[in-house]
Design a protein around this ligand. Sequence first.
Ligand code: MEV
Length: 438
Amino acid sequence: MTQNIKGFSKLTKEEKIDWITQAYFTNPAEAKTVITQYWNNDDELQKLHDEFIENTLTNFYLPYGVAPNFLINGKSYTIPMAIEESSVVAAASKAAKFWSERGGFKTTIINTEKIGQVHFLFDGEPNELETFFNCIKPKFWIDTDNFTKNMQKRGGGIVNIELINKTNELENYYQLHASFNTKDSMGANFINTCLEQFAKTLENEAQQYAPFQENNHSVQVVMSILSNYVPNCLVRVEVACPVDNMSDDKSIDGKEFAEKFATAVKIAEIEPYRAVTHNKGIMNGIDAVVIATGNDFRAVEAGVHAFAGKKGQYSSLSHVSIANGIFTFWMDIPLALGTIGGLTALHPLVKFSLEMLGKPSAEELMQIVAAAGLAQNFAAVRSLTTTGIQKGHMKMHIMNILNQHHATKEEKQQVLEYFKDTTISHSLVVDYLENLRK
Ligand code: MEV
């Protein structure tokens, strides 16, 4: 049965919880306890979280862990990660340690360009619009001057604005395609504010432009919005070492491992089914740091996957080469991140993360996040091509199974001891626990 309510957002938090628990739960009192036990005891802190979004009922926790021993461009970092998946932090830490003993991660910022577009319709000839655009172009800078001043002081601002003709794909459709430098902020609000002013300027100027009046032409703005596709907000991350040094385990030969690893990456380059999962492993590392540093992981996800498909077929973001006995593993990844603005000065844990990282600039954060992504990818592909993924994964997941079955401290110890060196599966763990309890 659908339950509808009018004026829900006007209710107090308690009233909202009462309505929800009574409308949807067989045991409203128990449901209320579930939701209210996550409230923070500190009223100020709770209020802060309440006001992040509309209709807040409670907080939804994610574990916040750290992966130490990341050596990036010769500097050592402990990286914060907010993620629920059992094995991710352990895998990142392991890969970080492995590469810190082999020179660490090398990263380079390739570019930091952000993009925004005004999408509009024009019913005249393309060359008439072009003449008009060239004549009014400086007005876009003049009309946005009052809110771009601060960004300009920081060395950023509107970099360029182009007129793009898309009429071959959609009748009368054109764009103002603008590029921005937003320095240490992610820049979404800055870009969208500029774009909305561009749209006003475009319409106003078109209304006053005599040739358009004479020919009865008009500009109709459809929408103005930044793009999360940022192929030129790009960072490169790389690790390299002699193939003989690729194994830290006597059971496998370094060269053999390097070659098998390289083949696994080549498979992800040519096979989309594998590429998606391969890149998901990269995003395990990326998203966890993006969330812990208060950035928008949906924006990052959308941009990264579009980039992975930019050649028309979805492909691996990371690549391997083995040349002259050297194994090199790298990726270029688009990351539009900020270390000022947004949640960065607001969320206490975000502030904590950024301070732990040494208050990085946006460019430095791009490099840290990229290293976390490549580390995660290395750890996953190494497991896949050696022990198989389940060994490490289930080792971490076993605690979830035990908690799900309310295992006591003693039971946990006994189960962990037993499964130290044997195959772990959900049913094997549950069977063993049940036997213990008999
Ligand atoms: C699981 O979250 C991620 C992996 O599937 C990534 C991969 O297959 O490369 C292990």
